[in-house]
Every structure is written in C-alpha cells, then in structure tokens.
Design a protein around this ligand. Structure first.
Ligand code: DAH
Length: 337
C-alpha cells in the first residue's frame, strides 16, 4: 500500500503538464487503477484487518488527490508568471504633439528669448477691437459678412457687432489698455476665423502677432527683430526684406518676405525671384496708439503678424502643399513630422 502511495507521489511531482496529471489520476484511482485494485482485495481480509486497511486506503487516496491538486496549481502558476528578462520588451507606440502645437511652442520660445511675452485675447471679439480701433474704415471689405463670421447678437452701443476674430491684430489695443504704460513686448498667438477654404486657406487657423511699443522705436528695430526670427526659426543664413504695402493700422506698412532656403535667393520654382512671402508688418499708426490710450508724441511702436500654419509648412519645405492636411487627422501625413 505504501509502495503504491510513494510511487504515485513521485510521479505526480514529476508531471510537467496538466493532462499528465489526469492520466495519473486514472492510473491510480480509475476503475482499474492501482489503488482501486487494492480496495477490491479488502473483502478477502479479516474483520479487524478490513477496518485498518480501510482507514489506510482512505488516507492514501486523499493524499494522492491533494498531491494532484497541488501540482495542478503549481503548473498553472508557473505558466502564468514565467518571465524571460532577456527578451527585449515591446515598445508602446508613442505619438507626438500636433504640428500646430509644435509650431506655436517653437515660435513662442524664439520670441521669448528676446523678451516677448505671450498674451491671449478673446476669440469672439467686438468690432471695435477687431476693426474700429485699428483704423479700418466703416466700409472696409474685411468687415463684410463674406469675409468675416459676424455673430448674431445685438451690437454693443459703443463697440458695435461681434465677430469671430479674423486676425490677432485685435489684441493690439486690448494689450495697450491692459499694459497702460509702455514698454510693451507682446506676442499674441491665437485662433482666427475667416470665410475661406481652399488649398492654402482653412476657415479656422492660427496667427502670431508681435507688438512692441516704447520710446524711440523705429523700423530698424522691426527689421532687426524679423531678421532675428528668420535666422533662429528658419536657419542661420536666412534674412528678410520689407516691401511697401498698405494696412489701415500701420504707417508705414510692409509685406515681409524671407529669402528662399532652397535656391539661396537666386530664384527657383518655389519662390518669386529668391523670396517667399511671410506676412504683414509696420509701424503702429498714431490713431491706433491713441485708441489704446498711449501718447503718440512720446511713444512709437511696430507690429507684425501672420499665419502659424503657413510659416511652419514653409519651414518643413511644404510651401506648395495643401494646408488643409494639417486638420485632416490623416495619421499618414501627421506621423511624418
Ligand atoms: N492682421 C493682418 C492680417 O491678418 C496681418 C498684419 C499686418 C499684422 C500688419 C500686423 C501688421 O501686426 O503690422 O492680414
């Protein structure tokens, strides 16, 4: 009897698979199992022997059953917890910030290094801040509903109707009112809205706007700031040029171009004779300073502003690409950056 028990226990501990345990159970406790055969022999024993043998067999049986259960658990546990520390791990896929967020951060840090401070003003704005205070005439086409999203609420008696702000310039007079006294070195990066949708325009886009006001500020400071930006954002050999233009809120006004990074200003397919158009700039108009409660006989200033998306696509060499891709959530496009 004890031989059968020891043999069974040794085989159970050796079993490496759960189905082997099932076979062992049959081999010992099944209808023709080794222990079952011993049980069948009990009937030939004397009454006293029968009793002792019965107790012993029950003990052996429960020992075998316990051993089978224990070994089964051990095999299950080791299958679950087995861990090979030498196999290289699976890297989780890591995403990245959206291109526009990357662009905003890069533009901010470039200007912050020379003392500009980020500001944000309302996206839904009174006509006064978006147009009136910036010297736009009453009938300027930008005020047209076909150009700007006008909000359907009653106009304010002083500030007029409301619109989804079409440019970051609407932060200029707000910043002057907030700062009260110059110096001002504002960088306003915000969402803008215009009724437009084609390969190079989206109805919601971002602009960044710089505004500097202090005593003795001239075009030289504007040019220096733009060249600094060109070198630091686009690359050390890039420079800007100013072309005369017209904006109601600056005098004089300029369009800012940047030297082409592909042909080094010689002229190529990408650029117009060596230059690419960036955006607008100028010296803050005295009327705008007055609207911001700043005395134009003491202070002067410059401003510049243009699109974040376009600027970033130009940096990535995607000047001729479709700007709408930026908002298309097409991962094949976005993952390239
Ligand atoms: N707000 C103008 C636009 O959206 C861009 C602009 C031009 C901003 C001249 C300026 C500036 O600050 O001085 O087209």
């Amino acid at each position: 009897m004890l031989d059968v028990k020891n043999e069974a226990l040794a085989q159970i501990v050796d079993a490496g698979k759960i189905n082997e345990l099932g076979e062992l159970k049959i081999a010992y406790l099944g209808r023709n199992g080794k222990l079952t055969k011993l049980i069948k022999k009990i009937k030939d024993l004397s009454a006293i022997e029968k009793k002792q043998a019965g107790i012993l067999i029950n003990e052996v049986k429960s020992t075998i059953l316990d051993a089978l259960a224990t070994q089964k658990n051990t095999l299950k546990e080791s299958a679950r917890d087995w861990f090979d520390a030498s196999i290289p791990g699976k890297k989780p896929k890591i995403g990245h910030l959206h291109l526009v967020t990357q662009a905003i951060r890069e533009i901010s840090s470039t200007f912050e290094k020379i003392g500009f401070v980020r500001a944000r003003y309302p996206e839904v704005e009174w006509d006064w801040y978006a147009f009136g205070s910036l010297n736009f005439s009453k009938w300027h086409p930008a005020r047209d509903e076909w150009e700007t999203f006008i909000v359907d609420i009653n106009p304010h008696p002083k500030y007029g109707p409301m619109a989804l702000t079409p440019h970051t310039s609407s932060g200029q007079v707000r910043e002057m009112m907030r700062a009260k006294n110059p110096p001002i070195r504002m960088l306003n990066i915000a969402k803008n809205y215009r009724r437009q949708s084609d390969i190079s325009h989206v109805p919601m886009f971002h602009q960044f706007e710089g505004l500097v006001i202090d005593k003795g500020i001239s075009v030289v400071h504007l040019k220096g700031t733009l060249d600094y930006f060109a070198r630091n954002f686009f690359g050390k050999n890039r420079k800007t040029r100013l072309r005369p233009y017209n904006f109601p809120f600056t005098e004089p006004s300029f369009e800012v171009d940047i030297s082409c990074g592909i042909c080094k200003s010689k002229g190529c397919k990408l650029c117009k004779e060596g230059w690419l158009e960036l955006g607008g700039a100028g010296m803050v108009h005295p009327t705008v300073l007055k609207n911001g409660k700043i005395d134009p006989s003491k202070y002067t200033g410059f401003a510049f502003g243009w699109g974040v998306e376009r600027t970033y696509m130009m940096k990535a060499g995607l000047e001729i690409g479709d700007i709408r891709l930026l908002y298309s959530t097409d991962l094949k496009f976005l993952r390239q950056f």
